[in-house]
Design a protein around this ligand. Structure first.
Ligand SMILES: Cc1cc2nc3c(=O)[nH]c(=O)nc-3n(C[C@H](O)[C@H](O)[C@H](O)COP(=O)(O)OP(=O)(O)OC[C@H]3O[C@@H](n4cnc5c(N)ncnc54)[C@H](O)[C@@H]3O)c2cc1C
Length: 457
């Protein structure tokens, strides 16, 4: 069926015509509900999985890439510890056995909730009975879009490979150059943002240059690579306890990372970061891990936004105010838990939201055939967030874990981090490949993913 759908791409609307004509009525003459899921990340994929093989629904999941990406391990692709295929899996493959789910690769560019339609970059128009918008977030430059051209982000596989390519190429150029100033610039990495991404990246870079690449070069000492982590507030890992932040700082400093807290970036120009205090740093690699904003599609729904980052504030059942058939979930949502705390943008929260939306749709379909049909909207269950905690790794052998009243730091936390990440990685092959890769790298200190793949011009 997918093959036929792919071939049938002649003109806008052709696909939805095709889908319409195939709809097979159920035993009571009712048609399956068309569920359109935008985004095959943690929230969207979980929703599709939960609805899979349920004949009451005809699900279409659309993603601009062809894979589900395990973002928590992106920093290991960026720092040459893992290969890209280890942390991503084809959506088609994951949903292969879900016969009521169609996977399409397209980028949704327009939403028209009043007429229940979404339009893709391909020109296709997708009609739906229910929409689940789970398109995640993107890097934010705080109103300075021109900084994007001078920085490297870490949100996709392409970006992770871009960071790896940049840092490894800079080391090669540093080995070549005779000019000391040039070498210093090539061997400087600035990471803006002292949250989990910045902390994990900086720790992993020091591992790379102090251990893995230590014996590979002859003219440069890779441990001379300066990794400078810049954070605007007074401490790293703001979501963790002060003690854990202090631990992360001490640990990173011991690994050789230069840390500048309370340092605000005022401007970024080509290979140069300018700070609010008037100082500047020249660096051939500037990584931007300082902020995110919701996918721009949230601005097309015509509902008030929850914050300046464009996040949406859904009702308690995760539907949008005024649009009970439109659900939102994952990182692009701003919602408080039962204790009044903002639900963090983490994978478990996204998974729970995807699961909740599927449960609401199933319950609503069940109520359709009961005397409660008219009250189905009022009877929708509220979303309840189960906080499993947060964790960040700090180089080899150390991590911080914060879960309920539990606060862990050090080796035990690191083991917990490894276990949880393997557990949640999608697909047995990926789990095995990552586990073997880690075991090999741990024992030998030599990851095999340091090949520079040039960017296609
Ligand atoms: C570097 C990094 C490290 C992280 N580490 C952790 C961690 O250790 N633990 C943790 O719990 N969380 C971590 N997170 C956060 C976690 O990855 C997110 O909370 C989670 O991915 C959110 O899921 P989502 O479904 O909302 O969005 P995503 O997983 O981002 O999925 C969104 C999907 O939508 C697709 N999409 C976007 N726009 C369009 C469009 N217009 N049309 C079609 N498709 C589109 C994207 O291709 C993507 O597949 C990390 C994130 C990053 C970036």
């Amino acid at each position: 069926m997918e093959g036929v759908l792919e071939e049938n791409s002649a003109g806008a609307g052709a696909l939805s015509q095709e889908l319409r004509s195939r709809r097979v009525p159920g035993p009571h003459g009712e048609y399956p509900r068309r569920v359109l899921i935008i985004g095959g990340g943690f929230a969207g994929l979980e929703c599709a999985r939960r609805l899979s093989n349920d004949r009451r629904f005809e699900v279409t999941i659309i993603d601009k890439t062809n894979h589900h990406l395990f973002q928590p391990l992106l920093y290991q692709v960026a720092t040459a510890s893992l290969a890209a295929p280890d942390i991503a899996r084809s959506l088609r493959q994951i949903l292969m056995k879900a016969s009521n789910v169609t996977v399409l690769m397209d980028e949704i560019t327009d939403l028209s909730p009043e007429i229940h339609e979404a339009q893709g970059k391909s020109g296709q128009v997708y009609e739906y009975d229910y929409l689940f918008l789970a398109a995640g977030v993107q890097t934010s430059f705080f109103g300075r879009p021109e900084w994007e051209a001078h920085t490297l982000g870490l949100k996709s596989l392409t970006e992770a490979q871009g960071i790896r390519r940049c840092v490894l190429s800079n080391l090669e150029k540093a080995e070549l150059t005779e000019c000391e100033d040039e070498r210093r610039r090539l061997m400087t990495v600035v990471i803006a943002g002292g949250g989990p991404t910045g902390v994990e990246l900086s720790g992993a870079f020091t591992d790379l240059v102090h251990r893995s690449l230590r014996d590979d070069f002859r003219r440069i000492d890779t441990s001379d690579l300066r990794v400078i982590l810049v954070e605007g507030s007074e401490r790293l890992l703001g979501a963790y306890s002060e003690k854990q932040s202090a631990y992360a700082l001490k640990r990173l400093e011991a690994l050789g990372v230069e840390i500048r807290t309370g340092t605000v970036v005022a401007d970024v120009t080509e290979q140069c970061v300018h700070f609010a205090d008037g100082s500047k740093l020249e660096a051939a690699a500037i990584i931007w891990a300082a902020g995110t904003e919701a996918n721009p599609l949230t601005r097309q729904l015509g509902v008030p936004l929850a914050d300046r980052a464009g996040r949406l504030a859904p009702e308690a059942d995760l539907s949008l105010p005024g649009f009970p058939e439109v659900f939102v979930g994952g990182d692009l949502v701003s919602l408080k838990d039962s204790k009044g705390n903002l639900i963090p943008g983490v994978a478990p929260a996204a998974v729970q939201m995807g699961r909740h939306v599927a449960a609401v749709l199933k319950e609503e379909s069940r109520l359709e055939n009961t005397r409660f049909k008219e009250q189905k909207l009022e009877l929708r269950p509220r979303f309840r967030y189960f906080d499993k905690g947060i964790m960040a790794i700090i180089g080899k052998n150390a991590a911080v874990v914060s879960s309920g009243k539990l606060r862990l730091t050090g080796f035990l936390a690191w083991l917990g981090w490894l276990f949880i990440h393997i557990l949640f990685l999608v697909g047995f092959r990926n789990k095995l490949s990552v586990l073997l890769g880690w075991a090999f790298a741990y024992a030998r200190n030599t990851p095999d993913t340091r090949i520079i793949v040039q960017k296609q011009e």
